[in-house]
Design a protein around this ligand. Structure first.
Ligand code: S3P
Length: 163
């Protein structure tokens, strides 16, 4: 089975859903952020601070290539779809499942979060603009799941039916 790439904006529930699917399907789960953090021995926030976003994006593309292409779940950082190369890679090698959540829902989940450099000190309008600018890329997935108001089990069942 091809690798399932879980995409979506920050706070869309990728990690939680990815772990649940991994258990259901008995497949290993990998997270691109965690992969990079282990490799660099630093948090994403520290990498953004010390090496900058472009360096992080290069590491993100490398992570995609280094992670398994079969029989795995890969949860991705929210910005992975910014790169055309990454989008093509995931589309060609795996199944992309986009977790959609309304921006109001996302903002609720991200409230008080200090680990994500791209939303630190940003207004709701700025975060929404980022979300809107990325939406066309997220939507270019094999499957889209609307997660608004759904429990994790419902989302997992929906994904399992789709794939
Ligand atoms: C980012 C999302 C984060 C992380 C980094 C950049 C983004 O991952 O990769 O802070 O550009 O949307 P999550 O989507 O898991 O929060």
């Amino acid at each position: 089975m091809k690798t399932i790439y879980i995409t979506g904006f920050m706070g869309s529930g990728k990690t939680t859903v990815g772990q649940a699917i991994s258990q259901h399907l008995n497949l290993p789960v990998f997270d691109t952020d965690t992969y990079i953090e282990k490799k660099m021995n630093k948090s994403v926030k520290e990498i953004f601070r010390d090496q900058g976003e472009s360096f992080f994006r290069l590491e993100e593309s490398s992570a995609l290539k280094e992670l398994p292409l079969e029989n795995a779940i890969v949860t991705t950082g929210g910005g992975i779809i910014k790169s055309k190369e990454n989008r093509q890679w995931m589309k060609q090698h795996g199944l992309i499942v986009f977790l959609y959540a309304d921006i109001t829902e996302v903002m609720k989940r991200l409230e008080g979060d200090i680990t994500r450099p791209l939303i630190l000190d940003k207004s709701i309008e700025e975060v929404e603009a980022l979300f809107q600018s990325r939406l066309p890329f997220y939507k270019d997935a094999h499957y889209t799941v609307n997660t608004n108001g759904k429990k994790i089990e419902e989302i997992v069942t929906e994904i399992e039916r789709m794939i």
